[in-house]
Design a protein around this ligand. Structure first.
Ligand SMILES: Nc1nc2c(ncn2[C@@H]2O[C@H](COP(=O)(O)OP(=O)(O)OP(=O)(O)O)[C@@H](O)[C@H]2O)c(=O)[nH]1
Length: 401
């Protein structure tokens, strides 16, 4: 009897059908990243269906037993038939929405929250800057039934990863039965690998929550620029990682570019991750079945697609010693006063009216700049110059992760 998750069991059943040398490669490529440290300390691994037994090292953990039985676990035949008996998986599904800065993650999330799917969704919003922008944009779209928890001032893949574990545990412990699905929106700078790892490595999460899928938004207009970016030595390209780890890819903002550019971008994406489903859209308008209830993050493709293994290698290193591009920081400005909207806009700017201000609600401007080598003072004075009347209550915060 071995203890393991259904998702992982399913993958292992698939793996067991592979050739012996294949299994060895899968294990060394996938495990270092996605499996808890205990596995590294487990007994010698033999290449056969015996591999299934190795997983029983998990039974020492606090992990709730998700068991299966195998009639062939004691034979060394590579072609053994494996009979499985998998208990129903009643864990809460969680979806990670990722994608580079401005690719349309919040737009997709709002589409999900306002659609008629009958699901009660708990949302975890992660923002790189100190000031919460997306949270308010999402909150205004919810009916009130959903929970929204904010994780500001850091990235889920590194500085606030511990908070993610705590938040999911709290959600599950205090509100179990009150929601059907968790959706997590990462920052645009997140490397998904360490976040995915959290779902498999943390007992607190693994026992109650299963990773339903990783959905990656790709900005049709700016993706090439981000994919081309050469990072400092030892720093991964997050835009590539986000595509590499996706179960579902949404090429968004297709209204902003022509067909040839979309076609070449899709080809480029497929060269990074051929296993993920891909669709193209505007303003995140996709069928909800495409993004929710996918049925489980797919570990298997880490073997089948070579460039993913390469990514995994980087991500493994990254997971242990994760830093964002050291040049990237954020500057947040919060102040009241009316802005002259004609001033200060040189690039694409788009705004849309949201809900009306509340009667006693303070009318506050919030702006977060995320970028490389930001000059906080210049941004602050530039912003001040756009105010119609200068207010002294401006607060500026800077963060570097
Ligand atoms: N033209 C166009 N604009 C879009 C589309 N999808 C989203 N937008 C706009 O692009 C901007 C950024 O969208 P968001 O949904 O906030 O993107 P995000 O990925 O959550 O952004 P960050 O949280 O800053 O990383 C918003 O002004 C959206 O209205 C699209 O398909 N076409």
């Amino acid at each position: 009897m071995a203890a393991m998750s259904m998702d992982i069991a399913t993958n292992f059943i698939g793996f067991a059908k592979l050739q012996a040398n294949t299994l060895a490669r899968v294990r060394t490529r996938v495990f270092p990243l996605l499996w808890r440290t205990k596995l590294h300390q487990s007994q010698t691994i033999r290449i056969s269906s015996i591999d299934l037994k190795t997983v029983s090292s998990f039974s020492n953990s606090k992990r709730r037993v998700r068991s299966f039985t195998t009639s062939a676990a004691t034979t060394q035949s590579e072609s053994s038939d494996i009979l499985t008996k998998i208990p129903p998986d009643d864990r809460v599904p969680a979806t990670i929405i990722t994608g580079f800065l401005g690719s349309g993650k919040t737009t997709l999330l709002n589409h999900i929250l306002t659609a008629d799917h009958g699901k009660r969704i708990a949302v975890i919003e992660n923002e790189f800057g100190e000031v919460d922008i997306d949270g308010s944009l999402v909150a205004s779209k919810t009916t009130g039934a959903e929970d929204i928890v904010m994780l500001n001032n850091g990235c889920l893949c590194c500085t606030v990863r511990g908070d993610l574990v705590r938040m999911i545990s709290e959600l599950v412990n205090k509100k179990k039965g009150k929601f059907d699905h968790i959706v997590i929106e990462t920052t645009g700078l997140a490397n998904p690998a360490p976040i995915i790892q959290t779902f498999y490595a943390e007992d607190n999460i693994f026992n109650d929550v299963k990773l339903d899928g990783v959905v990656t938004l790709v900005d049709a207009k700016h993706a090439d620029f981000h994919l081309d970016e050469v990072k400092p030595k030892g720093v991964v390209n997050e835009a590539v990682e986000q595509i590499a780890y996706a179960d579902r890819i949404i090429v968004n903002k297709t209204d902003l570019v022509g067909e040839p550019k979309i076609a070449s971008l899709i080809q480029r994406i497929k060269n990074i991750n051929r296993m993920a489903h891909l669709t193209r859209t505007e303003f995140g308008k996709v069928d909800l079945d495409y993004v929710l209830g996918i049925g489980g993050f797919d570990l298997e493709r880490f073997y089948f697609f070579p460039s993913l293994q390469l990514q995994e290698h980087h991500a493994d290193h990254h997971a242990h010693d994760h830093t964002h591009d050291p040049g990237v920081s954020s500057v947040s400005i919060v102040c009241d006063g009316n802005l002259d909207l004609e001033k200060g806009v040189h690039d694409i700017f788009q705004g849309s009216p949201d809900r009306l201000w509340g009667l006693d609600e303070p009318r506050i401007n919030k702006i977060v700049f995320i970028g490389k080598n930001l000059d906080a003072q210049a941004l602050e004075s530039g912003f001040k110059a756009c105010l119609l009347i200068l207010h002294e209550t401006m607060s500026v915060s800077r963060t570097r992760k």
